[in-house]
Design a protein around this ligand. Structure first.
Ligand code: AMP
Length: 419
């Protein structure tokens, strides 16, 4: 049975908490952005306040073996500073028995990078490039078998399990999902995870209408599942950014040198058809800011999106498109935004994405629920200073995208006890 961090009795108990401390480090191993550490603090502090002790576990980077570059020892001091208590370090996550057993209420132990072990991800490592299918299958079987022992060991350190790592919730890894089975009555979400789940439910399950999704970014291929799932849920679907040009070309438009995927044109037409059948209003860009070179300092011109000259490329949404979208956004009660509507990394072509951020902020002030989730739109609102002007900004890129695709996230299912 799933527990709740607010009502669970942590007195004298050891909590093993999966967090996402996968923070960026510079060449001297200084943390350059500690957002992920700070976002886990409410959960960690709550356990200590309620008389428990903490065994914190995370991954850092993508090591394929034990590699000091990816050691979590680099962040011990900062975690200690944020928590306001000393943090002990276990330099092997599989050999922390004595340190875990000695923990007293209020004490904290951070385990070394879980991904120093292949068992965390459950994927074989070091296979020869020319390995046969049989060899691959045998290696996979072996790592899956030893994964059980790996997870059992982690579970043996603690009395209860908390998952607060939304960034890895879409992975069925040892520490994010499999470990939950050792705590059938003592497993729960942390506050960060809970916040993300509420945000997802606010748009995908309990959306107030009209519900509008703004989907931008570079490629239709990477957002196909998102578009398909949203067609069954939204009233309006705004499609912007590089992916929009595939829809325009598929309908016979001339898009010049703009980004597009010819092989996705049938899918684009099928989406437009399905939207019509379902009564979903699709709003594509109508006018686009174009350039002849993919760089910041270059002359720009606005063209009708169906008539871009051959040697020009669509880089950003122009005013006419933005005005259409603003009207839709301000009439909506729930808005989900994923993906920039232009090449926002270049200031010359960031105007459209900035305007969407402003529109979302205005809609939020007017009482709409606004969620920014998945990838570059998160970076854009944060960089542009709008992160605290919308209802929620997701911390998990891939996890949020899979949630919007309608997939069950293993990290969430494991706590809820779903398959
Ligand atoms: P995604 O990761 O699929 O959300 O795509 C984000 C990327 O799409 C960003 O790096 C943007 O620069 C890029 N993008 C947005 N609009 C365009 C466009 N019109 N042409 C090329 N790239 C674009």
């Amino acid at each position: 049975m799933q527990q709740h961090i607010d009502t669970y009795d942590f007195t004298g108990k050891k909590a093993i908490v999966r967090v996402d401390f996968n923070v960026p480090l510079d060449e001297n191993f200084n943390i350059t952005d500690d957002t992920r550490i700070r976002r886990a603090m409410p959960t960690l502090k709550k356990v200590l306040e309620k008389g428990g002790s903490l065994i914190i576990m995370s991954h850092l980077g993508r090591p394929k073996k034990v590699d000091p570059k990816f050691s979590l020892k680099h962040i011990v001091d900062h975690v200690s500073e944020c928590l306001g208590v000393p943090v002990q370090f276990a330099d092997d996550c599989q050999k922390a028995d004595a340190q875990a057993a000695a923990l007293k209420p209020g004490e904290v132990l951070l385990l070394e990078n879980l991904r120093f072990y292949a068992e965390e991800e459950g994927k074989p490592r070091g296979l020869a490039e020319d390995a046969t299918d049989e060899e691959k299958a045998a290696a996979k079987k072996a790592v899956k078998a030893s994964q059980k022992e790996f997870v059992k060991k982690l579970a043996s350190y603690a009395d209860c399990y908390i998952n607060d790592a939304f960034g890895t919730a879409h992975r069925a890894h040892g520490s994010t999902a499999l470990i939950a089975e050792y705590f059938p009555n003592d497993k729960m979400f942390g506050y960060l995870m809970e916040g993300e789940i509420v945000a997802i439910d606010n748009v995908l399950k309990n959306a107030k209408r009209p519900f509008t999704a703004i989907i931008g970014g570079s490629k239709v291929s990477s957002k196909l599942a998102v578009l398909k799932n949203l067609l069954g849920k939204v009233d309006n679907l705004i499609i912007g950014g590089g992916m929009g040009y595939t829809f325009i070309k598929a309908q016979g438009g001339h898009i010049g040198m703009s980004l597009h995927e010819d092989e996705l044109m049938p899918e684009a037409l099928a989406i437009l058809e399905e939207a019509k059948a379902k009564g979903v209003n699709i709003s594509l860009s109508v006018a686009t800011v174009c350039a002849q070179e993919f760089k910041n300092d270059t002359p720009t011109k606005v063209f009708d999106i169906y008539n871009i000259p051959e040697d020009w490329e669509g880089m950003d949404a122009a005013d006419e498109s933005l005005a259409n979208w603003k009207k839709i956004i301000l009439e909506s009660k729930t808005i989900l935004w994923n993906g920039p509507v232009g090449v926002f990394e270049l200031p010359t072509f960031a105007k459209g994405t900035l305007q969407i951020a402003e529109d979302l902020a205005e809609a939020t002030r007017n009482g709409a629920y606004t969620l920014v989730g998945g990838g570059d739109s998160v970076a854009a609102v944060t960089k542009m200073g709008y992160a605290d002007k919308v209802s929620y900004v997701s911390t998990g890129g891939g996890a949020m995208l899979e949630a919007i695709e309608g997939k069950v996230l293993p990290g969430i299912a494991a706590i809820r006890g779903e398959e």
